[in-house]
Ligand binder design. Structure first.
Ligand code: FAD
Ligand code: MLT
Ligand code: ZN
Length: 462
């Protein structure tokens, strides 16, 4: 099929309302959330169901055109943004947003790829169930995007990454076939667990059209506290004390630098209910057993008495809990308002966090004295957002390399949760062993031999 004939053929499949070609209407598909990456597709298509997704893919294959899957567009690595060739088709799953089934006894939800994460969370809430994937972008991020990026978030230390909640997937392959693997089984060792290949593959191996997610019982009690600490090492002391005192009820353990929260107060006009400190910890515990509040308050009393933490406050109401979380969840917005930020979404072994931060801070400030570091993140699982606010002219790649070299020297990863997208393609090649990259390329070649799905993302293949 000729390229010029493709939009009309696609409209036959998805209907006129499912095809976007108008320049103004195409705009949201031309850039990522941070406006860091820009592109221009031939058109965008919004199929209504899995059959239409498969037909769209088959037409694109016939026209030799690449397909860029698109969810809520909250990704932070440019994975959903097309290139500038005008020869790629953006496939948005926005119109496929049904919740197909909630199985209360089995604790599962079956949901289409375009369903917003928060909508799925709310749908199970009054059934005494919890969809335990939580991130600041949950009001816009879609289930398909969550699966495709293997999203993390603020409760990974208790519930794991998105991967650990995914029981089944429905996927459209690169040649337009539908694989229905929407099984609700917790145990399934019948051959290869192929769904794992698609989780975290950032739209390069298949298009996720629906998923079965494992829910959890919704805890009846929750305690949220903000603590001031002198250093990341002291924050880890608090983490150890929490593990001993309240064990598996620990649900969130976020580290925030004083500088990061100062930016939140200035740009988002929120108030930190404690005095100025070098570092803060936001801690959440949850359980269905009574006694959680007493146990948490007693352990917090001990860390304050031993001066591991210098100050602290426990939320007394749902409103106060939300206010404390708003401080944490506003950091990305505030960072964006502060100027140009260069993001590093890294993980290191938890015990290495203090030494990593010391080494990285010294290296960055030596090489780039004009930089301002904005450190925060999910310290309870070893993931730090080591973001650096820099002048417009600064060489971001040189900064990336410097930080990632420190990360690698601590046995860490250059992407803990945001993925590679188009942002970290070259850095992945530099930081991962050739044998690992070669194996990944063989999987890509096997599942997408024509490089139809999201070319240029994750790999440098074009
Ligand atoms: P998109 O941005 O649309 O796409 C992301 C990638 O997935 C792209 O490569 C795209 O091609 C692919 N894709 C999308 N849909 C499909 C599909 N149906 N099939 C196949 N591929 C698909 N991430 C975290 O992990 N943890 C956090 O704590 C976190 N916090 C964030 C906070 C803010 C304020 C923001 C803006 C983002 C944050 N993110 C976080 C990043 C982002 O929200 C996640 O990566 C999320 O999973 C992306 O979902 P999305 O629907 O927006 O996907
Ligand atoms: C978050 O945890 O808030 C985001 O993943 C971090 C970011 O914006 O870098
Ligand atoms: Zn994060």
């Amino acid at each position: 099929m000729r390229l010029e004939a493709l939009p009309a053929a696609l409209a036959q499949v998805v209907g006129e309302r499912g095809l976007v070609t108008d320049e103004t209407d195409l705009h949201p598909y031309c850039h990522d959330w941070r406006h860091m990456f820009k592109g221009h597709p031939l058109c965008a298509v919004l199929p209504r169901n899995t059959r239409e997704v498969a037909e769209v893919v088959r037409l694109c294959v016939a026209a030799g055109v690449a397909v860029v899957p698109h969810g809520g567009n909250t990704g932070l690595s440019g994975g959903a943004t097309p290139d500038g060739s005008g020869r790629q088709v953006v496939l948005s799953v926005a119109r496929m947003n049904a919740i197909r089934d909630i199985d209360v006894m089995g604790e599962t939800i079956e949901v289409e790829a375009g369903c917003i994460l928060q909508t799925a969370q709310e749908a199970v809430d009054d059934k005494g169930l919890l969809l335990p994937i939580t991130l600041a972008a949950e009001g816009s991020a879609c289930i398909g995007g969550i699966v495709a990026t293997n999203a993390g978030g603020t409760n990974v230390l208790r519930y794991g990454m998105a991967r650990s909640r995914i029981l089944g997937l429905e996927v459209v392959t690169a040649d337009g076939q539908v694989i229905n693997g929407l099984r609700r089984l917790r145990k399934d060792n019948a051959g290869y667990d192929w769904k794992q290949w698609f989780i975290g593959s950032e739209g390069t191996l298949g298009i996720v059209t629906a998923a079965v997610l494992q829910l959890a019982p919704k805890p009846r009690y929750r305690v949220t506290a903000l603590l001031a600490v002198r250093s990341p090492a002291d924050a880890l002391q608090v983490l150890c004390a929490a593990r001993l005192a309240i064990g598996e009820t620990l649900t969130g353990f976020e580290l925030m630098s004083g500088a990061a929260l100062e930016r939140v107060t200035r740009h988002q006009h929120l108030k930190v209910p404690l005095g100025d400190a070098a570092w803060y910890v936001l801690l959440e515990a949850s359980s269905s057993l009574p006694g959680l509040r007493d146990a948490t308050e007693s352990f917090l009393g001990e860390v304050l008495e031993k001066e591991i933490a210098t100050d602290g406050v426990v939320a007394e109401s749902a409103r106060q809990e939300a206010d404390l979380w708003a401080l944490r969840e506003s950091i990305t917005e505030a960072e964006g308002r502060e100027g140009r930020s260069v993001k590093h979404d890294v993980s290191v072994p938890i015990s290495s966090i203090p030494d990593f931060l010391k080494t990285a801070d010294e290296a960055v400030m030596r090489a780039f004295p004009e930089a301002r570091i904005n450190t925060f993140g999910h310290a309870g699982d070893g993931n730090l957002h080591y973001n650096v606010i820099v002048p417009a002219a600064l060489d971001a790649l040189a900064l990336n390399r410097l930080v990632h070299d420190v990360v690698v020297s601590f046995g860490g990863s250059i992407s803990a949760e945001h993925g590679i997208g188009q942002y970290r393609v070259d850095e992945l090649v530099r930081c991962r062993a050739p044998v690992e990259l070669a194996m990944a390329r063989r999987i890509k070649a096997a599942l997408d031999p024509q490089n139809t799905l999201n070319p240029g993302k994750v790999f440098a293949l074009r």
